[in-house]
Ligand binder design. Sequence first.
Ligand code: GLU
Length: 419
Amino acid sequence: MPEKTVSNPYHIAQNRIRTAVDKLGMPDDVYERLKSPDRILEAAICIRMDSGHLKTFYGYRSQHNNALGTYKGGIRFSPDVNADEVKALSIWMTFKCAVVGIPLGGAKGGIACDPRNMSSRELESLSRGYIRQVGCVLGEKMDVPAPDVYTNPQVMAWMMDEFQSMYGGRYEPRVITGKPLQLGGSPGRLDATARGGCYAAREAAKTLGTETKGASVAVHGFGNAGQYAAILSEELLGSKIVAVSDSRGGIYNEKGMDAQSLIDHKKNTGAVSGYENSQPLSNKALLELPVDILYPAALENVITAQNAPDIQARIICELANGPITPEADDILENKGLIVLPDLLANAGGVIVSYFEWQQNEWDGEETARRLERKMIQAFKQLNEYQKIKENVTMRQAAYMYALERIVETMRLRGWGEFV
Ligand code: GLU
């Protein structure tokens, strides 16, 4: 098979559903019902750039399934965004919400652009233009976006505001989550994905009979999730950060590096490389370090059949969506490494989005406490389920567990007999 097919995230997501359907002995109709998103909107967004010229960007919103509740999922700004990627990510949202037991469906959006080379004015125009084009399928009871790769609370604020303008000024803050606090955002949403991942890593370490105190940590991708993973691994887990990388390369210090000063360095210089008392390290080498915990926190398909044989981390906690290909999964499984699947490991983000969508009362501490409870519960349930099912990986268990919930709900709604 050509590499493109093998690494197409949409095909990967479909194959994972297929495997779960087969392992559960469910009828083919289940796969037929879930293999494609319910709806996908593609938009050309034409904005004026600072140069004075017009430029057209392509954006998408994919709504996969809303059996469990309102469509829900982030919007990413990234150069490689395309329809298939967004479709895959929307499938993963459906399954993720089901795994952690929140009553939401799955959706995802994205715009192919490089926000690193755009001014704030251009980004605002793009964000507003996107909402003007896809806002017709959004709404607090319809489809609720949130941040994802390279989008942040400011982008959410522009989008919420544009949505309001579209509907004659109707105030509807629940149309989007991950908003700034002043606009009804939830304290604790910014670090939620990483925090949830740290709780999952801690629970996984317990099952291995080890502790995370003093554990060595490598972070691949130093954006929002990666940076908070570094901070919280120190704070919550007592672990030490020995390596981090971003798109320009990585750095290493076996004695450990201070997470906050790494973040400051990245803010000041634009990259992690050049950090004091560290050795340069390629992204490839970072992934292959013999660390206790590895957080892939960038994009899809970074651990593949090519590098999987060289991966040595004891626990791999998928903060990114889809960082490990199915072929790599098999290799890691045979090596006896623990893979905490994205459907569980990065669900902290959408869990706190759910909190934000529901209420506006809890402070950061309360939010973190409730997130912790949900993550521990989800981890334990999945762990139990995996044992009962026998001979399935934690990822397969996650798909199967989610699938049972989704199918049961679809049956109750009368969406099909599934024969
Ligand atoms: N973008 C995040 C994810 O992939 C969060 C989605 C949300 O909060 O709705 O899970």
